[in-house]
Design a protein around this ligand. Structure first.
Ligand SMILES: Cc1cc2nc3c(=O)[nH]c(=O)nc-3n(C[C@H](O)[C@H](O)[C@H](O)COP(=O)(O)OP(=O)(O)OC[C@H]3O[C@@H](n4cnc5c(N)ncnc54)[C@H](O)[C@@H]3O)c2cc1C
Length: 598
């Protein structure tokens, strides 16, 4: 199996040439010290951790899995040591609030680090991103006292966090949760109920586990408006904030046996009058969670992209080595029995599909992360607000489109290896299994598509899309006189126009028939994803053509980028037309079937 290599060259190109991050960070006082040198040093160090610490325990972790015995969960060999090294390196608090021991780094940086961690070892990465999401929720909505007591240890990585939302009968529809929170005299609450599928709910990596739990207060309104958020530690703290030694009444009932991410503990968590503390306002739990969800969903897209990149690395190395058949245009290696399978157009189709989508997916993830950074750090409130609106639109697409492309990439990579992709040795079958979950958790992709077209598009009359379109227009105007870009711009412009027309069609039809929204949703999300990937490719191509004119450029690298971009336009983008037709066909063919006909 080819060892995972951190894609540092691609990352540097995107950060410096495509997104000009130093300029962006310099424009915001809180990130002004994040220079190119600092970024390079952090990304390179993170790359070493992914390659040297996480990748070596990926396959063994998958084989061994987590073990459960009498409420105790043991992670696979090497995980505890790796987690300790990760925590001691200061990675757990990278983006955290500087007032509580975090390092205040931008999301653009941590997004790349997450992608590499997911590529090298998705199970391990999950322990880290759950903690990041939990600290974000606490820092944005928790009281000063809760922040002081919990954040520093969570940023230090000695304690970790979980998100406890799902119950056996309540997954997508969280309004139906039954977990209850009864007020205590001392201002705390007693939580009772059962949560399922809780990632990192119990494990042996940290001294304490801090659960963020959705539950209902006694007088709560029915449905989603009656949900509150609570912090429930595994071990209770004493007055001074240290571990008291007293175990809270929260326990792990079992762990799931599942398709992939086997070294990530997926737990049933029982709360039996466990002591908890309200985070934020009563009955506002779901909206507090949404702050965190934009970050968590971005992470899932990064999981898809990371595993796609890992699959590309394995499959492209294999295709250069494996010899089968002859090139159609004549033997490439006449002195050998056969040519490398890379000579076959269909093998190139698979590899180029993965590569084109990985680069665009990484760029889209960075674009979404840059908007998260602007919405957090920019001094101008109106610019922060605009970025928040773009985030709201981009995140469901990034989550669903990157995870779908990620799974597809792992299957394509597996196909490049033929039977050797199906057996465990090369790592592709693990990638396929590990990538699949990203399409399901943090809101299944169908629900992301519905969020995009419903709440983020139809309900606001396409206002958020207008912001994205204005960004695209700004780019088109900036390229007006650039000769090398003209063939690409017209293709992009057409795609942008088709997206706008499809949006108008759905908005108009939704007024007559509400089922039109759901019926169009998935194709619409894919059309938006494809258009955004095209937008990202425009930006990559612009940067590649500009770089090519410099004497210092690596022409082989930039030429490879341009050829991959051409492949995207010729071979992947035409799917936009069939998506437009799908959307235009309306809801009838789906909704006319009676239940008994299924
Ligand atoms: C390995 C793993 C780890 C997880 N980690 C966590 C965790 O840490 N914390 C946590 O709280 N949860 C976690 N989950 C739960 C996960 O987020 C849910 O499984 C997911 O949100 C879907 O809920 P569900 O499984 O109940 O499916 P359901 O809600 O029953 O949905 C089933 C199908 O119906 C579709 N559907 C449902 N409602 C709609 C609708 N309104 N419109 C269109 N389609 C719809 C969905 O898209 C899906 O395809 C995890 C799950 C797994 C498997």
């Amino acid at each position: 199996m080819a060892a995972y290599r951190a894609p540092l060259k691609d990352i540097q190109f995107l950060l410096n040439n495509v997104f000009a991050v130093e300029r962006l960070f310099a424009s915001m006082p809180d990130t002004a010290e994040v220079t190119d040198d600092l970024i390079s040093a952090i990304v390179e160090e993170a790359g070493k951790i992914a390659e040297g610490l996480l990748s070596p325990i990926n396959q063994s972790g998958d084989r061994e899995g987590c073990h459960f015995s009498d409420g105790v969960v043991t992670t696979p060999k090497g995980f505890k040591e790796a987690y300790t090294a990760y925590a001691q390196g200061g990675w757990a608090g990278l983006t955290g609030d500087v007032n509580y021991g975090g390092q205040g780094m931008p999301k653009m940086l941590s997004a790349l680090i997450e992608e590499m961690a997911f590529a090298a070892n998705s199970s391990f990465a999950l322990y880290t991103i759950l903690n990041t999401g939990a600290t974000l929720t606490l820092s944005q909505h928790g009281s000063e006292e809760l922040k002081q007591r919990y954040l520093p240890k969570m940023y230090a990585g000695t304690w970790s966090g979980t998100m406890c939302l799902t119950e056996p009968h309540a997954g997508t529809d969280l309004g139906m949760i039954k977990t209850k929170a009864a007020p205590n005299n001392e201002g705390s609450y007693q939580l009772s109920g059962t949560k399922i599928f809780i990632t990192a709910g119990e494990h042996d990596l940290t001294e304490n586990i801090i659960h963020f739990v959705l539950a209902k207060l006694p007088d709560a309104p029915a449905g989603a408006r009656g949900i509150s958020l609570f912090l429930v530690p595994k071990f209770l703290l004493d007055e001074s904030g240290d571990l008291s030694g007293e175990r809270n009444k929260v326990s792990c009932g079992s762990i799931e046996h599942k398709m992939g991410i086997k070294a990530s503990a997926t737990c049933v968590m029982n709360f039996d009058s466990a002591i908890g503390y309200l985070v934020g306002e009563p009955n506002q739990g779901l909206s507090h969670m949404f702050t965190m969800m934009n970050y968590e969903r971005l992470s899932m897209g990064l999981q898809g992209n990371g595993l796609a990149d890992s699959s590309y690395q394995i499959a492209s190395a294999y295709a250069k080595e494996r010899v089968q058949g002859r090139a159609a245009s004549g033997a490439l290696q006449p002195d050998q029995n056969a040519d490398p399978i890379l000579v076959h157009p269909d093998v190139r189709r698979m590899l180029l599909t993965i590569r084109a989508n990985v680069l665009a997916g990484r760029a889209l993830s960075l674009y979404a992360a840059s908007q998260l950074d602007i919405s957090r750090f920019h001094p101008d409130e109106s610019i922060r607000f605009r970025a928040q609106q773009l985030v709201a639109l981009l995140i469901p697409v990034q989550k669903a489109y990157c995870t779908d492309r990620g799974f597809e990439a792992c299957v394509l990579g597996q196909q490049v290896l033929g039977g050797h992709g199906y057996v465990a040795e090369w790592g592709l079958e693990q990638n396929v299994r590990d990538a699949r979950i990203a399409q399901i958790y943090e809101g299944a992709n169908g629900v992301q598509a519905l969020d995009l077209i419903g709440r983020k598009t139809v309900r606001c009359g396409g206002e958020l899309l207008k912001i994205l379109l204005s960004e695209m227009d700004e780019f088109l105007v900036s390229q007006e006189g650039v000769e090398s870009m003209q063939p690409y711009l017209s293709v992009f412009n057409r795609c942008r126009q088709r997206l706008l027309e499809s949006t108008e069609t759905v908005i108009a039809r939704a007024a007559e028939n509400p089922d039109e929204i759901g019926a169009a949703s998935y194709a619409y999300m894919e059309l938006m994803g494809l258009t955004l990937y095209c937008f990202m490719w425009q930006r990559i191509l612009t940067a590649a053509f500009a770089e090519q004119t410099l004497a210092s450029s690596d022409s082989g690298y930039t030429d490879g980028l341009i050829k991959t971009g051409q492949f995207f336009m010729d071979r992947l983008l035409p799917r936009a037309e069939s998506l437009v037709a799908e959307i235009a066909s309306g809801a009838d063919s789906m909704m006319s079937m009676k239940a008994e006909q299924f």
